[in-house]
Ligand binder design. Structure first.
Ligand SMILES: [Zn+2]
Length: 339
């Protein structure tokens, strides 16, 4: 049973990795050829963000379906599949932030690096930000969907993080080793961290395959080293901090973090269906504003200036950006109609 579940979790981790890699490549493809002046061009940056928002939502929906199917497989092999469960419902995991706003940040990161005198690293900063955003978004929606699937199952008492020793030793999930025996209730979001590759397994009655797998993995990892590794591990202290957008994050103890108050954010709460509805409306409105201005710029042959949400923008004709914004408006309209 445990061996079977381990294979299922490994396959899931591979599918996850493939999806993340593909989405990062698709987004990087949009930015890779940008010139410095384009990074400062709002028309360019918001056009890229609009295209990204469409790609990200599709990928996150797919990730969510894969998470549901993984969690159902795990439950089935524990004879605990729920007799009924709501269909997967898409909700972007960041609190009080739309996909459009989040995926404009690669430009901001590039501008920042440039303005600090690191011109040669501006595009690296763009790429890093894309990777960070994608890794966090896919992990967050994936974790939440696994949790929700377990929560719909009355016999599930909680769940565990399933570590991947091969990734943990390379440092990717070092923190997760320290969290390997933690218990999460089905009301809790599992704290994640940068580039986390952990999956989860449910606890049903006395059956706790996640803990067993983690124990076996850690014994394999450290058994040969005569226990020194385990002592090292015991020294790692972790804490859970709250990120204003993403919720619980795993961090080394003592590490300072920007708390929600310090960042001027509202306190994090899990976004719900109403939030998602408002988020789609907000994106539709933003891209509609851009599309209107871009159309006017094209029709008049003159740059247009406008103020949106307290910021001034100057817009020159840009057929590509116009196409991206129109596509986003269309997608948001379809989402709102289907909701
Ligand atoms: Zn991890």
């Amino acid at each position: 049973m445990a061996a079977n579940l381990q294979r299922v979790a490994e396959r899931k981790a591979q599918t996850y990795d493939a999806l993340v890699t593909k989405l990062i490549a698709a987004l990087w493809n949009l930015w890779a050829t940008a010139t410095p002046s384009q990074l400062w061009d709002d028309t360019f940056a918001w056009g890229r963000a609009a295209r990204s928002a469409v790609l990200v939502e599709s990928a996150l929906r797919q990730a969510q379906r894969q998470s549901r199917s993984y969690a159902m497989t795990a439950l089935r092999s524990l004879d605990a599949a729920p007799s009924q469960i709501d269909p997967v419902e898409y909700i972007y995991p960041r609190f009080d932030t739309t996909t459009l706003e989040a995926y404009q940040r690669p430009a901001t990161a590039g501008r920042w690096a440039w303005s600090q005198g690191h011109q040669g690293e501006a595009m690296d900063a763009v790429r890093d930000r894309i990777e960070q955003l994608v890794e966090a978004d896919v992990r967050a929606i994936d974790n939440r969907e696994q949790r929700d699937t377990y929560a719909a199952t009355p016999t599930v008492t909680g769940y565990r993080r399933v570590i991947h020793p091969e990734l943990s030793t390379s440092g990717t999930c070092g923190l997760c080793i320290a969290a390997a025996s933690r218990f999460y209730s089905v009301r809790d979001l599992m704290p994640m961290h940068d580039r986390c590759r952990c999956e989860t397994l449910p606890i049903v009655g006395d059956e706790d395959p996640g803990l067993q797998l983690n124990d076996d993995d850690l014994a394999r990892l450290y058994g040969a080293a005569g226990g020194t590794g385990r002592q090292e591990l015991a020294r790692v202290r972790i804490q859970t901090v709250e990120n204003g957008e993403l919720g619980p994050i795993l961090a080394p103890e003592g590490q300072k973090h920007r708390g929600p108050a310090a960042a001027g954010h509202r306190r994090y709460r899990e976004p719900n269906r109403d939030d998602q509805h408002r988020s789609w409306q907000r994106m539709r409105e933003t891209s509609q504003t851009w599309a209107d201005q871009l159309e006017r710029a094209a029709a008049t042959g003159r740059p247009q200036t406008f103020t949106y949400l307290g910021r001034d923008y100057t817009v020159e004709a840009n057929p590509e950006a116009l196409r991206y914004h129109r596509a986003l408006v269309e997608r948001m309209t379809a989402n709102l109609q289907a909701a």
